[in-house]
Design a protein around this ligand. Structure first.
Ligand SMILES: NC(=O)c1ccc[n+]([C@@H]2O[C@H](COP(=O)([O-])OP(=O)(O)OC[C@H]3O[C@@H](n4cnc5c(N)ncnc54)[C@H](O)[C@@H]3O)[C@@H](O)[C@H]2O)c1
Length: 248
């Protein structure tokens, strides 16, 4: 896939999947604006100066607006948006029936409102280019419930699926596509609880039909496909990337 002369905004680009996706887009010829609340990470493969990094809070409209505006100025427009921003607070995000509702609100601000803000800001830029494509990260937890829940995380990620359909339908005439990826368990900073714990990783992998945990590369491969022209007739839908976990 070639993304030569294209520009992408990757939100949550200091994280596992966001950084992997940003690097893959750079390798395929794109210019990439990366945004995250974290400082710029090591390992950005942008020798030709084809990236910019904005450190800030993606729930703040002024920060998002400024980042998108500066991206369009620097690279001449915006063709793609990738929303990977997310928080999964295992210790505080619990059952809806008992959890602190200020935590509920904060999770929704980060996991849902930040996606609304980035999408709102890039749509006018994509229209100027005659179209564009977005990929938003949800989770397989949006599809099913369990007795040890992270309810704010799961509900906010379910809302991402519906938001994406709205974007897809409201802007199809403008040739803007919008799709969602639902990852299964992926070894990344979000799953720091599994880092270095081989036995735990092996135990999680036994529940996955393909027999291993997901990687950030698995997710990036799916994301780059959905952004690419090879997916030009795909919009308003979801791609589960979970090694078969939800199929069994
Ligand atoms: N890792 C998994 O097992 C898994 C599974 C299913 C879905 N997902 C989803 O995939 C996406 C990417 O996950 P990941 O594993 O790369 O996680 P990650 O924690 O490595 O990356 C998420 C990034 O979001 C950033 N972020 C959080 N709040 C922010 C804010 N207010 N402003 C700006 N940046 C902010 C974090 O700093 C972090 O770099 C997330 O949306 C996650 O919910 C992950």
């Amino acid at each position: 896939m070639s993304f030569r002369d294209k520009t992408a905004v990757v939100a949550g680009a200091g994280g596992g999947m966001g950084l992997n996706i940003a690097n893959d887009l750079i390798d395929a010829g794109a210019s990439v604006a990366m945004a995250d609340v974290k400082p710029e990470p090591d390992g950005i493969r942008s020798e030709q100066g084809r990236h910019v990094y904005f450190q800030g809070d993606l729930t703040e409209e002024a920060f998002v607006r400024n980042a998108v505006h500066r991206t369009a100025e620097e690279f001449g427009g915006v063709d793609y948006l990738v929303n990977t921003t997310g928080v999964l607070w295992f210790d505080r995000d619990l059952s809806f029936s008992t959890m602190d509702l200020s935590v509920w609100d904060e999770v929704f601000r980060i996991n849902l409102k930040s996606f609304v803000l980035t999408a709102r800001c890039v749509v006018p830029e994509m229209k100027k280019r005659g179209g564009g494509a977005m990929v938003h990260f949800s989770t397989i937890d949006a599809l099913r419930a369990d007795t040890r829940p992270q309810d704010a995380y799961a509900a906010s990620k379910a809302a991402v699926i519906r938001l994406s359909k709205s974007i897809a339908i409201q802007f199809a005439a403008a040739r803007i596509r919008s799709n969602v990826i639902l990852p299964g368990p992926v070894l990344s900073p979000m799953q720091a609880r599994w880092q270095g714990k081989e036995a735990v990783q092996a135990a999680v992998a036994t529940g996955i039909p393909l027999g291993r945990l997901g990687t950030t590369q698995d997710q990036s491969n799916a994301c780059c496909f959905l952004l690419s022209d090879e997916a030009s007739f795909i919009t308003g839908t979801e791609l589960v990337v979970d090694g078969g976990l939800t199929a069994q």
